[in-house]
Design a protein around this ligand. Sequence first.
Ligand code: FAD
Length: 451
Amino acid sequence: MARIAVVGGGISGLAHAYFLKKKFADATITVFEPGNPGGNIATLVHEGATLEPGPDSYLDRTGLFNHMMRDLGLQSEVLFEDKKSAKRFVLKDGYLVAAPKSPGGLITTSLLFFPEKIKIFLAMRKKFSLWPTITLFDAARNVLGFSAAEYLASPMARGIFGSEAEDLEFSSIFPELFRKITESAKLKTAIREYSNEKRSYWQKELKEIQFERGIYSLKGGLITWTNALVAKLRDLGVEIVKDKIARINRDAGQKLVLSSKAKPYEAFDEVVFAVGTEDLAYIWRDHDKDLSRKLGELKYSPINVVYAAWNKKEFSPGGYGFLVPRKERAAILGTIFASNVFPGRAPANQFLTKTMISGDSDLFKDNELSDLAEESLGRILKLKAKPLWSKVFRHNPGIPRYAPGYGEWKKEVQTLLEKHRGVRFAGWAFSGIGLADQVESAYLHAKARAP
Ligand SMILES: Cc1cc2nc3c(=O)[nH]c(=O)nc-3n(C[C@H](O)[C@H](O)[C@H](O)COP(=O)(O)OP(=O)(O)OC[C@H]3O[C@@H](n4cnc5c(N)ncnc54)[C@H](O)[C@@H]3O)c2cc1C
């Protein structure tokens, strides 16, 4: 009977414990988490509004989220993005312009000029060779043209990764798409195969699952999901220990020993680490200095979140929200119109916004960050109203940065890890940035693990 430890009870750790326990019922699984399970998922209620300081939604492209909700008995709690939020906007020359929602939308969008649309149309028939360290910005510019890099890649990078498109490695943030583009004879084929392959893989895997591709949350916020996951894990016999792991070692029988500052735990056969690289580097500092040093090299992008509630009579635009490309030189990365996406997130007479601001948050006081968000919204949306209240959340170190060289760094980490049998590194520093990446990678790990 294998003894498996999962270090970190964010969504990655919880999902690993869940899929491993479902597949290997007789394994003894222990999750170590010093804080509240869920990690970045930390929904709270403030002044009658439901706030998500970290992630607010799950983009389900595979059906895995819906599959999990069914297994957790949460179907009646699931929320799908409201139709009111269908339009996403990008700031261009000071105005909000609707963003394309599919490759076909590239032809109709007014984010691009006509000659650029022709260029994209022609590019679809061409073959592209991209070098592995190309940035997202340069990949978009080479393949789709300069405006696409400025008004599609840049806002996406800032909205999802909290980074500039110039600072992200294309092959690391979209590894499968990169592979398809470099292998396929035509861009069009690469894009088609990329989306079809993923879809058909998961359709086969999850068989009868019926779902709509799009953005999901739950009544009560994403914490409803992690709370149910924790309850399910306990039902299945997974132990959740409130402790912070400080050290790893091997005992005389070569089993893995984890210790917190207070005590060592009984030895494990396998350990899944689902914590940030700063914590990982600390845990590994004595056991493998080279690995620890390498782990410490990954950079993060600090990000701040400013929630604000507005009187709906004064301010309640339509749509999902907007993103700000670097070129527009605004102080914010973008704003989600949170109460449009999932109605009920704010009292009926209020409108809720969630604004992202990048940068080292320690340099700013809370009121400075909320003023910055308010001024930016005022300028961009030509808004005179004042918010009823604002609340600031800081994420430091922030989002792992998949910068040029990240792919090489990850390979070097994997090589150093080869000598540590039974150890896996997971979580958003390794498996992709979004919630879906964590859940899919946990599922695939349990599937691939030998009995
Ligand atoms: C502002 C923001 C908005 C986001 N929005 C979205 C979104 O809308 N949709 C989306 O898909 N993704 C979003 N993301 C990304 C998403 O939050 C991540 O993909 C996800 O939270 C990563 O989960 P994780 O388990 O890898 O890490 P974490 O959630 O960071 O969990 C790591 C856990 O490890 C624990 N830990 C640390 N050290 C130790 C130790 N020594 N011993 C034991 N435990 C330890 C921590 O307490 C923590 O709970 C957003 C991220 C941010 C910051």
